[in-house]
Design a protein around this ligand. Sequence first.
Ligand SMILES: Cc1cc2nc3c(=O)[nH]c(=O)nc-3n(C[C@H](O)[C@H](O)[C@H](O)COP(=O)(O)OP(=O)(O)OC[C@H]3O[C@@H](n4cnc5c(N)ncnc54)[C@H](O)[C@@H]3O)c2cc1C
Length: 311
Amino acid sequence: MSLIDSDRLLRRLPKTRGRLEANAPLADLTWFRVGGPAEVLFQPADEADLGDFLKGTPLDIPITVVGVGSNLLVRDGGVPGVVIRLGRPFMDIVPEGEMQLRAGAAALDVRVARVAADHGIDTLTFLRGIPGTIGGALRMNGGAYGGETKDVLVEARGFNRKGELQVLSNADMKYTYRHCGAAEDLIFTSALLRGRPGNKDEILAAMDKITESREATQPIKARTGGSTFKNPPNQKSWALIDAAGMRGYAVGPAKVSELHCNFLINEGGATAAQIEELGETVRARVKAQTGIELDWEIKRIGIALSEGGAR
Ligand SMILES: Cc1cc2nc3c(=O)[nH]c(=O)nc-3n(C[C@H](O)[C@H](O)[C@H](O)COP(=O)(O)OP(=O)(O)OC[C@H]3O[C@@H](n4cnc5c(N)ncnc54)[C@H](O)[C@@H]3O)c2cc1C
């Protein structure tokens, strides 16, 4: 029996000014292009609508938030409960105070870097290297090219599962490498980011360098989830994977990238189960060879088909 019963769930959800879609495909909302549907997909009309929706949604209904799915593996059976995706109303990027920008959680990191450059704000340049949203950067402590979110965050704003507005300081986010220790149920709606004064042309030149370097070293046009595993202390995951002989290893059309072997690629037609099996095989081989356990950086959400998900 399918665990996904969207109509029953829709009847339990509060009225909203936003958009509710039952049995909504998620694969095209992720970089891997795999996975089953959301039982219900919710796109709030604005921040107040999101807060009211959360307040009115019974607490036993699971809620999952996604950005643009650049760090996400959605399992083939889909995601039970409500999946929230923030859209256009959460994309604004506006100056707020000296050398600061307020960016909506759905704003692309790349756009934030660009607006920062336009305002002569340095230090947000690293965001050029991350193909996600500000919401994803807040949750992942996204970082690249020597900078990370924790270096530039003044405060994050969002709701908890009960729909209560929360404003978190940088310290409240309890950041470590690619990890945010703030409560798991938080749905971020915006961030206040601070940089240092810089020269627009120099910032743009630094951004161009980041673009060049990424194109040369990462399969950025592939169906991928970016770095699959976190780097263990004083080690590089790609080097451990390479040394374990896994460069180019494949499970069906799911393959370890030849270009950057901490990236897994869907070469076309892979299932989420194949990508996950490939990742687990890599972990097992690295563990057998070095004793080191790689930790998934990619977030895996939803249920496998074998657990009774939607077909
Ligand atoms: C080619 C490629 C290169 C990459 N390079 C880098 C890199 O250099 N550095 C780096 O750090 N990452 C990199 N990544 C990974 C990814 O881009 C980042 O983790 C990014 O921050 C994820 O943002 P997203 O919007 O895609 O989030 P998603 O992948 O959709 O979600 C990731 C996590 O964030 C949570 N989340 C998303 N939005 C919100 C919100 N509004 N409130 C609360 N939680 C939220 C989700 O629940 C999930 O747990 C790369 C990925 C790819 C595909």
